[in-house]
Structure formats: structure tokens, C-alpha cells
Design a binder for this molecule. Structure first.
Ligand SMILES: [Zn+2]
Length: 550
């Protein structure tokens, strides 16, 4: 190609790009084409004489998705293909149908001109009626979230291939696909922007990675769901192209560095998501100082990554796959740090949290550095908790008072303290645990007061989650100290499937500080002198846990 021709081509491409951007800017009407917000110069939807019309421009816009697609299926795979035809006519192949639009205004569908009442001209634009665009596999929905009309295309193909296991989805409009691992045998894929004409379930025999595909379509909401059943959890990864209705779901134990951020310790924490439970091994190495974490039996397809961090003691994070089936994450440190590993989802999610270093012989003050305590005052706002037998006594406000006293005690010892609530307001359990898991306090302590039908019941119970040895250790120390401080009846250390214990990834306990249904204990708890003793006991137990090096 000559230089002149190359320049001409560059100019043409530039002109085309400018035309595209100016067209996009000029448009002041918006609509969702599948999952993509698209702008138009004219209203994309019209209501006339009780009929719904959409502009031909919305349908012709779909061609650009096929043309622009890169990682996309080949043209033959595509649900939408465009072919400009001589004489100012363009024809679009959409979901197996052909829509042709001539410069003169005629519109044909599969070679047949549309009926007069299926076409509408308005403001120099052409619109086609619902019956016609539905023949192209399009449904008009309204997204109440985006407050926009949505043209949802039909999913023209869903193919499952067993080796290597992958599910391919092709839709006439762009779709966004999100997958959720429901449990060890179920994955749900939400397909936003596409609907399914066929919801017949498919079974796959034997020991296949996928044993069953179930479907649910909600065309009126512009979305559909695919329910995947597996004999055992494999993990998966969604690849999709935002410009075309194409998504490929690959099954396998894929490694994903979900996030990294500065945690409550002042140092970095990494959040790693795996497809299925997997083993991890860590080593802290000197010269140069670094923390190495190896994940075995996992897949990593991306390029080796070096992420510059420079937060706390972490200079950079390196992620790569040096040996097959093993992914290595290296944290390059400016100086040696402590760290801990928190595990969730049965070993499919790991948190690696760096902590300020503490030598084995360090004084208690040094051992408290960077070890944050999160205090969770139970209930609040519209949920007052248990009522006391004495009038005006409510659990939620007592919890908050004890929480504040506990915070003061911990603060005096040199701890940083975080609260899930600091005032009398409703806070959902999920909000509390999401907050804890995002900032990763060293420990999580939930403060409650008890109630029961038997009015003679008194005493303190301390709960932990059954499968958390660290929680059991923390509960034992807190319970021992709170009993010593208050002289209350010992109602034991117990396990329970409480939400805040189950869903927090760090060691967590829940203290039931006494029975509001017993008149004596209710009177004690209503007295701030007694609450100070409760708070001091809990604080001492937490401090013993942390300075004890657990
Ligand atoms: Zn409670």
C-alpha cells in the first residue's frame, strides 16, 4: 500500500470515527439495546393508536455490534449480520430473519413488504410495529432500574460442549452475563438483555461437567436465567463481548485476584476467589523480603501481572503461573511483616491480610499494633431487640451502651476500634458482616442481651461458630474474663449458627451479657456500673487473645 493510500485510508477512518462520535453525542434519546445503553437522535419508542412502535434505527444499530466485534464469533455464528445493498438499501439478518430498509422508505421482512399499519413515519424516522419486530425475535421491555425502554433479543443459540467444557450463548442483542455459584452443585447465570424462546431443560448423562441445563425466561423484564447443575463443583469463568450478544462460560477452577485494598491493619489485604475449594501454601521469605502464596490445582489464563502498590509495607503484587496447575502470588515487601490467612467458602476464597510485625518477645503494646477490634451492638432502630421486665429497658440501647464502654476500654489499651453502628438505627445483619469482611478487623465481637420464658434464668453465654477454632479460642477467653469481672452465672461457651458468626471471615464471638427476663439481672444491666464490669471483662478477654499471639 502506498503512503498516499495509507494516509487516505487513515483520513477515512478518522472521518468515520468522528461521524460515529458526533452521532453518539447528537443523540439525546436513550434506549437499552439488550444490555447496552444506546443513544438516538429521535425517540426510539412511539405509541400511536394503541400500538407500540420502535424505530428502525434501533434495529439497524444492531449491525454495528456484528461489525465491531473482535473476540466474537465468526460472522456465520453471529445472530446479527448486516449487508449494505446497492441503491441505498440495507439489509439486516437478525436471528435468522432478514430486514431490508430501502432509501425510499420501503421496509421488507423476509422479502415481504410490511403492512401499511406496521410502518409509521414520524419526524423523518421510520418506525415498525410490535408484531413486525417481534417476528425478528425482539421484545420490548422496560427497565425500571435504568428507567429506559429495552429491546431484548432472542437467544438464538445455547451450545454446551463437553471437552473442554464450555457453554456458548448467542443473542440477537448485546447481553451481560453474570454467574453465581449457588452451592457445590448449582450455578445460576443471569442473562441481562436477552430472552429464551425455548425453555426446555437439557440433560447430560454420565460424569459430564454439566449434568443439566434449566432455563427461565422473563421477556417482559428483558432477561433470562440459565440454571446449571453439576455432579460436583468445577468453578467457571464468564467471557463476554459487550459489543455483540455473545458469551462463553468456561468451566474450570479459575484463579481470580478479586481485589486488594488497605485493610483495618493499615496494611494490604488480598482477596482471592477460586472456582472450587483448593489448597494454598504461604511462605514468608527474606532477602529480599516477600510473601509467597501458591495455589495448587487452579487455572490462570491471564498474562503475568505486576501491580504497583506502595501501601504500608507492600511495594508490589506479582501474579503469575510459573508451573502448570499452580498459581503464584508474590507480595514484594519493603520490610518483613506479619500476616494471616482467612478462608471462606470452604477454601474457594482466601483473604491474605498483612499486619504490622510483632516479634515473639514483643511487649503487649507492640502486639496490639494494627489489630483492630470491630464491635457490633446487636439490633437498633426499628428493631429494639428483647424488652426488659423493667419498663423502659430495651436490649438494643443496652447493647449500644456496653459497646461504647467496651470501645473505651479497648482504646485505653491502645486498640483501634470500629463499630457496625454507633447510634440507634436499624442495621441489617448483611450490612454488618459485609463491612467486617471488607475492612477485616482482627476480631469481631457482637454484644447482645438475652431473654427467655423462664424468669429465673440468669447468666452469661458466649457463642462462636462451630467450625472456627480461632472463634472458639476467642470465646473461651472472653467468657472466662467476663464471668470473672461480673460474677455472673456461667451459662457456658456455646456454638450457634448465628448470621454474624457464620458470615464473618475473621474470628468472631457473640456475647449474651445477661437475661433481661430476670428482674435482678435486668436491674443490674440497667445500671451502668454493672455494664462497665461486663465491658471490662470482654475487653480483657479480647486483649488476652490478641497479646497471647492467637
Ligand atoms: Zn439480641
Amino acid at each position: 500500500m502506498s503512503i498516499l493510500r495509507r494516509c487516505l485510508l487513515a483520513l477515512l477512518l478518522l472521518a468515520a470515527a468522528l461521524a460515529l462520535t458526533s452521532a453518539a453525542k447528537a443523540g439525546s434519546y436513550y434506549m437499552l439495546l439488550g444490555s447496552r445503553v444506546t443513544s438516538f437522535d429521535h425517540p426510539p419508542v412511539l405509541l400511536s393508536a394503541g400500538r407500540v412502535y420502535i424505530t428502525v434505527a434501533a434495529l439497524s444499530e444492531l449491525k454495528t455490534f456484528a461489525a465491531r466485534s473482535t473476540a466474537a464469533p465468526k460472522q456465520a455464528d453471529s445472530a446479527v449480520a448486516a449487508q449494505p445493498v446497492a441503491g441505498g438499501t440495507a439489509s439486516y439478518s437478525i436471528a435468522g430473519h432478514t430486514l431490508a430498509v430501502s432509501g425510499g422508505g420501503a421496509v421488507t421482512l423476509d422479502g415481504h413488504p410490511l403492512d401499511k399499519d406496521e410502518l409509521l413515519a414520524h419526524g423523518g424516522e421510520r418506525y415498525i410495529a410490535q408484531a413486525a419486530y417481534e417476528r425478528l425475535g425482539m421484545k420490548l421491555a422496560y427497565s425500571s432500574i435504568q428507567k429506559l425502554y429495552q429491546l431484548a433479543g432472542v437467544v438464538t443459540r445455547i451450545d454446551y460442549v463437553a471437552d473442554p467444557p464450555a457453554l456458548t450463548l448467542i443473542c440477537a442483542t448485546p447481553v451481560s452475563v453474570e454467574g453465581v455459584q449457588e452451592d457445590d452443585e448449582r450455578i445460576t447465570l443471569a442473562v441481562e438483555g436477552g430472552w429464551l424462546a425455548d425453555s426446555t431443560a437439557r440433560e447430560f448423562g454420565g460424569d459430564a461437567t454439566v449434568s443439566r441445563l434449566g432455563f427461565k425466561s422473563q421477556p417482559e423484564l428483558g432477561r433470562s436465567f440459565i440454571f446449571i447443575r453439576q455432579p460436583r463443583r468445577s468453578g467457571f469463568k464468564v467471557n463476554s463481548d459487550p459489543y455483540v450478544g455473545f458469551a462463553r462460560i468456561k468451566f474450570g477452577n479459575y484463579f481470580q485476584l478479586a481485589s486488594w485494598q488497605q485493610s483495618s491493619s493499615g496494611e494490604i489485604s488480598l482477596n482471592v476467589q477460586l472456582g472450587a475449594p483448593s489448597k494454598m501454601e504461604t511462605q514468608l521469605l527474606d532477602s529480599p523480603p516477600r510473601l509467597v502464596a501458591d495455589f495448587s490445582g487452579v487455572l490462570y489464563e491471564d498474562a503475568t501481572r505486576n501491580i504497583n502498590v506502595n501501601v504500608g509495607r507492600v511495594k508490589q503484587i506479582r501474579v503469575g503461573s510459573p508451573i502448570g496447575g499452580r498459581v503464584r502470588v508474590v507480595l514484594d515487601l519493603s520490610e518483613l511483616a506479619d500476616y494471616r490467612v482467612l478462608e471462606n467458602d470452604g477454601g474457594a476464597r482466601y483473604y491474605i491480610q498483612l499486619l504490622p510485625p510483632v516479634g515473639q518477645t514483643a511487649a503487649p503494646a507492640a502486639r496490639r499494633l494494627g489489630r483492630t477490634v470491630m464491635i457490633d451492638a446487636g439490633h437498633g432502630g426499628s428493631d429494639p431487640g428483647a424488652p426488659g421486665v423493667l419498663s423502659g429497658v430495651w436490649e438494643a440501647s443496652l447493647n449500644l451502651r456496653i459497646a461504647n464502654m467496651l470501645a473505651k476500654q479497648l482504646d485505653q489499651l491502645g486498640y483501634s476500634v470500629l463499630f457496625t453502628r454507633t447510634s440507634d438505627r436499624f442495621t441489617s445483619l448483611g450490612t454488618r458482616t459485609d463491612y467486617a469482611n471488607s475492612v477485616l478487623p482482627y476480631v469481631f465481637v457482637s454484644v447482645h442481651c438475652n431473654s427467655i420464658e423462664q424468669p429465673d434464668f440468669t447468666g452469661i453465654m458466649t457463642f462462636h461458630y462451630a467450625t472456627s477454632p480461632a472463634g472458639a479460642q476467642l470465646a473461651a477467653l472472653v467468657h472466662e474474663e467476663v464471668l470473672a469481672a461480673t460474677g455472673a452465672t456461667d451459662k457456658g461457651v456455646r456454638t450457634a449458627d448465628f448470621f454474624v458468626l457464620r458470615e464473618t471471615v475473621m474470628p468472631s464471638v457473640l456475647v449474651e451479657c445477661g437475661f433481661l427476663t430476670n428482674e435482678d439481672e435486668c436491674r443490674k444491666l440497667a445500671d451502668s456500673t454493672y455494664d462497665q464490669l461486663v465491658a471490662a471483662g470482654i475487653a480483657r478477654g479480647i486483649d488476652r487473645y490478641i497479646t497471647g499471639g492467637f
